[in-house]
Design a protein around this ligand. Structure first.
Ligand code: MRU
Length: 379
């Protein structure tokens, strides 16, 4: 059980979270996930022994966040290969499980490509499956390394943008820590490095309606690390800016289009507008695997629309079937329609900088983004 009162004192590191791992029990291989729908109440594992189980886990947000979805997609294809199943079909199914985070399809296609190449070079399917698993593991490790480099670049950027501060007061939205990554995350990894270096004065955590990734997951991660943090309702951000309590906004991304438009958790765009009005830097931290140069602009990004019940009920089970099947408590009259996009799009002119493992671009331009991606072997 997760103990919410047991925060780690500053200077003592909590054990690393086991968010996603490959397992080979006697019954056959499996992708084992930390079930994020059950946090913070319970640290429970979810065993996905085949691709349909992993697709269900992705749709219900047991595994989520762009970089981790890429890793899950990669291991999912390795799982299909190990089971002797159709690898291309598995990559297709996994890639389509959720539409917005570009990493998901990237991870699945990358591992499928390696499997095909191995078969093409004459390996038997069993040996090609070993190659596929090695590629999924490589993707996992690359993401962990990217996380560390983003943390360093992000911290340097904060020092440059906010000189002479005794400590930073940072506002974040959704969840961008170890729960979305092979390493310590994207935006949250920057915050964590600031915290470890003694330069985090306050982390403001948006609760992130409707599925409460901020309240359930970011507060959980911030608490584990003993950070100074407070949770706020999404609607309270405006008055927090007006009170001068925010030095910078720092978020992740699910897809960055070729023109620098950023798709991230719904509620990110209003924060960018607030940041612009209040002259506060708005920073996006994401690996280059989240940049999609084939999507020309923000309007071309497919935004996932989710179930109305996520808005009309309070539920601890994201993706629960309509009609309260997830045990949610209704907060609207029966039959109420809802608008429930999972993400929104922030245009590049509202983004002060994009931090990647290859460096920082500011101002954010399509040319700058293309040059940065050319330096990365991953895109
Ligand atoms: O719907 P989710 O929980 O998968 O959304 C995740 C987010 O929007 C994150 O902020 C984003 O993936 C960045 S994570 C590095």
């Amino acid at each position: 059980m997760a103990d919410q009162d047991a925060q780690t004192p500053v200077g003592i590191e909590p054990p690393a979270l086991s968010v996603l791992r490959w397992d080979e029990p006697p019954g056959g291989p499996a992708v084992v996930l930390l079930d994020q729908t059950r946090l913070p109440a319970e640290e429970a594992e979810l065993v996905c022994a085949d691709v349909p189980a992993l697709v269900r886990a992705i749709r219900m947000l047991a595994v989520r966040g762009a970089p981790l979805l890429g890793i899950a997609g990669g291991y999912g294809v390795a799982l299909a290969a190990a089971r002797g199943e159709d690898v291309d079909q598995a990559a297709e199914l996994l890639g389509q499980a959720r539409p917005t985070a570009v990493n998901l399809g990237y991870g699945a296609r990358r591992v499928a490509r390696e499997y095909r190449a191995a078969v093409g070079s004459g390996l038997v399917p069993e040996a090609a499956a070993v190659v596929a698993l090695a590629e999924a593991r490589a993707l996992h490790q690359e993401d962990a390394a990217a996380s560390g480099r983003m943390a360093q670049y992000g911290l340097e950027l904060l020092a440059e943008l906010l000189p002479g501060r005794g400590g930073y007061r940072l506002l974040t939205h959704c969840n961008t820590g170890a729960l979305v990554s092979g390493g310590e995350g994207t935006a949250f990894a920057v915050v964590l490095r600031a915290h470890r270096g003694g330069s985090l004065r306050q982390l403001w955590v948006d609760e992130t309606r409707p599925l409460l990734q901020g309240a359930r997951l970011t507060a959980y991660e911030a608490g584990r690390h003993g950070m100074p943090f407070s949770l706020l309702t999404d609607n309270a951000a405006g008055s927090l800016f007006a009170a001068g309590e925010v030095d910078a906004v720092i978020i992740g991304a699910d897809r960055i289009a070729a023109d620098g438009s950023v798709a991230n958790k719904v509620g990110s765009y209003p924060l960018a507008v607030l940041a612009k009005y209040h002259h506060v830097p708005f920073l996006v931290v994401a690996p280059t695997t989240t940049v999609d140069l084939e999507t020309v602009d923000g309007t071309s990004i497919v935004v996932e629309q989710r179930s109305a019940t996520e808005v009309t009920e309070f539920t601890s089970q994201p993706g629960a079937p309509a009609g309260g099947g997830g045990g949610g408590r209704a907060v609207a009259p029966p039959g109420t329609q809802a608008y429930n996009p999972a993400f929104d799009i922030t245009p590049s002119e509202l983004v002060t900088a994009i931090v990647t493992e290859e460096g920082v671009i500011s101002p954010v331009t399509g040319v700058g983004l293309a040059e940065l991606c050319a330096r990365s072997s991953q895109v």
